[in-house]
Ligand binder design. Sequence first.
Ligand SMILES: Cc1cc2nc3c(=O)[nH]c(=O)nc-3n(C[C@H](O)[C@H](O)[C@H](O)COP(=O)(O)OP(=O)(O)OC[C@H]3O[C@@H](n4cnc5c(N)ncnc54)[C@H](O)[C@@H]3O)c2cc1C
Length: 195
Amino acid sequence: MAEVFDYIVVGGGMSGIIAARDLANAGHRVILLEARPRLGGRVFTDSALGGQLDMGGGYVHWTQASVWSELQRYGLDKTLKPPPSPETLYWLADGKVHQMENGNRHGLAEPLLKQMLGDARLLFPKPLDLNGVSDLQDESLKQRIDKLNLSSYDRDVLEGTLAGLVHDLSLHSALQMLHGVSAYMGQRTPKPKYS
Ligand SMILES: Cc1cc2nc3c(=O)[nH]c(=O)nc-3n(C[C@H](O)[C@H](O)[C@H](O)COP(=O)(O)OP(=O)(O)OC[C@H]3O[C@@H](n4cnc5c(N)ncnc54)[C@H](O)[C@@H]3O)c2cc1C
């Protein structure tokens, strides 16, 4: 006789696994269908270069309440490691390759990021409350950076830092990044002075 299920969950990424688990825990008959030969979806840890390497999702923060609660549930929040720091940091800015030993790549761009995004907590004092910032919704990251009047060196450092997050600065909304920063970054910082 064919087996009967109450729910079919399609996809064994983090969302599907959790949905299937919670439905099953609530007493429902559940089947989870996953197209790949492994679970995890876009979260996938592989082995390479003599260690473990996250090929997809790798960074988490306690502001990601749903993900964080799952990490806590399985005690994984205690096993997190900070990202490795490079022994030598190289960066291209103003037409030249620059180099720093034991370089802190976040420190390099931090003052520029503060100038660009320092008003995030003022705009979103409560990150889950999205009201009251509609006058900014058409501003792109490029327009926001243009207003800072940076030197070409600083502009290259800032844009190089953002390149890992943003495909096209003229298409990416400043508001989206400001909202993310307001949720993720600690202290309220002073409002930047634009020219
Ligand atoms: C390179 C990369 C880096 C990332 N870095 C971060 C990070 O640092 N921090 C962070 O929070 N997030 C990060 N993310 C995002 C995060 O990984 C995803 O938001 C999250 O894993 C999505 O989970 P999900 O279950 O919603 O979807 P997915 O993980 O995409 O799971 C969907 C699953 O459904 C399966 N599927 C699809 N269609 C079918 C079908 N028709 N039948 C059966 N199975 C199907 C897929 O094979 C897949 O396993 C990153 C993503 C990528 C790709």
